[in-house]
Design a protein around this ligand. Structure first.
Ligand code: HEM
Length: 330
């Protein structure tokens, strides 16, 4: 069993990672150096998102969390990193008291306090990575570096676009990206280039990029629940698209872990209903332009082909209305 509805959207627009810079979108190596290295962010929706994430993890534990047994040391490295970042950035919300190996982590927003022995997983209610990740709203994927490639060895994923810890664990970077119709503006095949780029990332110098999609009436789709969400996509019309279709944006961050040499892939997923795009005219115009110009293979791959035309029709109508209004006012 799993439950979903449209409980939340981004309300602080200044923190919404709007994805488009120009009016047409094609795949590219769009990685940029990350300026603010600390991955912990407390948004107005923090509590709602964390509680929802935990509920999904509890409802579908195997789908949403997977790890290989040999990853324990890496999991502790992850726990130490995210707890330290939380305390450094938000000392009023998080505390970490270390008494030798006896650690106590306090989350004052959720009013929780846990004492455990660092390095001894039997003192925690979940595996260390699963436990630590449950305090933050992002998804976390650990890609282990072997043979010039990266392999997905730990995943905690609750806001997925055709992706799950269950489906993807064990896959290499190249296998994961096999289904992506990766043709860039100049026709290059990108998988190799991006993988080589990731190999060069150094500890302490993370990188970032933004990925986007549309979601019809939910925040998360994976292969395991396709029978539930697949038919819902055909319910979208030009009339209801403003409310039910959401611009779904992933702010992705890539950290080289200094002890394990793995790449930690962090996804901050945020949503904006199409009707809210009007709050920023520039966002509305860019999104309308990008969605009117999506190549067929990209629409198919992203799973938006069944309701893209209806979404564009909604934006066109809004655009026409606005232009009429402006003409009347002039
Ligand atoms: C190392 C960490 C990474 C992981 C674990 C990862 C994982 C994924 C997954 C699971 C998908 C969906 C694949 C599917 O359809 O089955 C995907 C898609 C994609 N990935 Fe990655 N990725 C990583 C890094 C990157 C980087 C660094 C880039 C680009 C610079 C990139 C670009 C893309 C693009 C463009 C798509 C298609 C997404 C869409 O159109 O919605 N990925 N990735």
């Amino acid at each position: 069993m799993f439950t979903q509805n449209l409980e939340f959207k981004t309300t602080d627009l200044d923190t919404f990672p709007f994805p488009f810079r120009t009016g047409n979108y094609r795949y590219s190596n769009d990685l940029r150096k990350l300026e603010n290295v600390n991955l912990v962010t407390i948004t107005p929706e923090y509590e709602l998102q964390v509680r929802t994430k935990r509920r999904l993890l509890d409802e579908q534990p195997e789908v949403r969390y997977q790890s290989f047994p040999h990853t324990m040391e890496m999991q502790w490295e992850f726990l130490e990193m995210v707890f330290s970042m939380a305390v450094e950035k938000y000392p009023e919300h998080f505390e970490l008291v270390k008494n030798g190996d006896e650690w106590t982590f306090k989350n004052n927003i959720l009013k929780e306090s846990d004492t455990f022995t660092f390095g001894d997983a039997s003192t925690l209610p979940y595996e260390p990575y699963n436990f630590a990740g449950r305090h933050f709203h992002q998804d976390f994927v650990l890609m282990v570096n072997r043979d010039d490639n990266f392999y997905l060895e730990v995943g905690q994923v609750s806001y997925a676009a055709l992706f799950s810890a269950h489906w993807n664990t064990g896959m290499s970077f190249d296998e994961i990206h096999g289904p992506v119709p990766f043709v860039s503006k100049n026709g290059d095949n990108l998988v190799d280039r991006i993988r080589k780029f990731l190999l060069g990332i150094n500890p302490g110098e993370p990188w970032t990029r933004i990925n986007w999609n549309l979601m019809a009436n939910r925040w998360d789709v994976n292969y395991e629940t396709m029978d539930v969400w697949e038919p819902e996509r055909s319910l979208i019309t030009a009339e209801n698209a403003g409310k039910l279709v959401r611009l779904r944006v992933e702010e992705q961050k890539f950290y080289r872990m200094s002890r394990s040499n793995a790449i930690l892939f962090v996804l901050n997923t945020q949503f904006l209903p199409l009707e809210d795009l009007k709050l920023r005219q520039e966002w509305f115009d860019l999104t309308y332009s990008v969605l009117s110009d999506i190549p067929e293979p990209m629409a198919e791959y992203k799973g938006i082909a069944p309701y893209l035309a209806q979404s564009v029709a909604f934006l066109r109508r809004e655009d026409e209305q606005l232009k009429k209004q402006q003409q009347e006012e002039a």
